[in-house]
Ligand binder design. Structure first.
Ligand code: NAP
Length: 247
């Protein structure tokens, strides 16, 4: 049975990915930061249908919590096959004029540093088990890395630009080992992240600018992640796939 860790697997895109991967027979390890109720709900939904899932709390903006999480996973569940670097945050819509260093650093700590440290621990864990072949990482970036999110959250967009760069660099670094690294760039997807930006209904407001004239479903991003993890994408690495309805 394949083991997959999904950071931020308790809600939104991570949740849809957890359910989909569990349905394919994987043991899904669902990381979350605060919302234990949401994490337990996904675990219960998966196990109720015969799937395997566990929840693990860790703030990926904190290096020591990440290393502890990977140590726990190694002890209790063994070797990880896949890592989905999905957890990401943004804050209230704001022009750059009003951004603070504290906010920018919080965004980068989760979306960039946390993603890199999780990747590092995944690689170290693979070395521990001495097995690299067939492993894969999928990073969840954003169309914002191309658009820049003017007037909303340039800090968040910049963090996703870094995710694209990390995807490219890490894919080359790990290619010979046999670990593939790819990214998906979602457009506007129906999840609770938009409430954090101060506009829960944002997807409906901006849907008209999407060439397909609608927001995306979390399951439609999960589909891309599932493909990028699977052997049917075995010659794909360093790819950044737009899933934005044409954006
Ligand atoms: P969401 O609904 O807000 O869910 C966020 C998830 O990440 C939750 O499970 C949350 O756990 C977890 N999380 C947040 N900070 C964390 C931390 N420091 N440590 C561990 N877990 C943490 O978000 P989403 O919309 O599904 O977004 C998932 C990814 O897709 C993000 O990287 C986001 O940037 C990207 N994305 C989303 C959209 C979109 O339109 N929704 C578009 C482009 C890209 P708790 O609930 O416990 O805090």
């Amino acid at each position: 049975m394949k083991n997959v860790l999904i950071t931020g697997g308790s809600r939104g895109i991570g949740r849809a990915t957890a359910i989909q991967l569990a349905g394919l027979g994987m043991q899904v390890i669902i990381n979350y930061k605060n919302n234990k109720v949401a994490a337990d709900e996904v675990v219960n939904q998966i196990t109720a249908t015969g799937g395997k899932a566990v929840a693990i709390q860790a703030n990926i903006a904190d290096e020591s919590e990440i290393t502890q999480m990977f140590a726990t996973i190694r002890e209790q569940y063994g070797d990880l096959d896949y890592l989905v670097n999905n957890a990401g945050i943004l804050f209230q819509h704001s022009t750059t004029e009003h951004l603070t260093a504290e906010r920018i650093n919080q965004v980068l700590a989760t979306n960039v540093t946390g993603l890199l440290i999780c990747s590092r621990e995944f690689i170290k864990s693979a070395r521990h088990f001495d097995s690299f072949q067939g492993k894969a990482i999928v990073n969840v970036s954003s169309i914002a890395s191309r658009t820049g999110s003017a007037g909303e959250y340039v800090d968040y967009a910049a963090s996703k630009g870094a995710v694209d760069t990390i995807t490219k660099g890490l894919s080359i670094e790990l290619a010979e080992l046999g670990i593939r690294v790819n990214a998906v760039r979602p457009g506007v997807i129906y999840t609770e992240i938009h409430a954090d930006g101060g506009e829960p209904e944002r997807v409906d407001r901006v849907a008209h600018v999407v060439p397909m004239k609608r927001g995306g479903k979390p399951e439609e991003i999960a589909d891309v992640i599932t493909w990028l993890l699977s052997d049917t994408s075995s010659y794909v690495t360093g790819a950044i796939i737009d899933a934005g309805g044409g954006l």
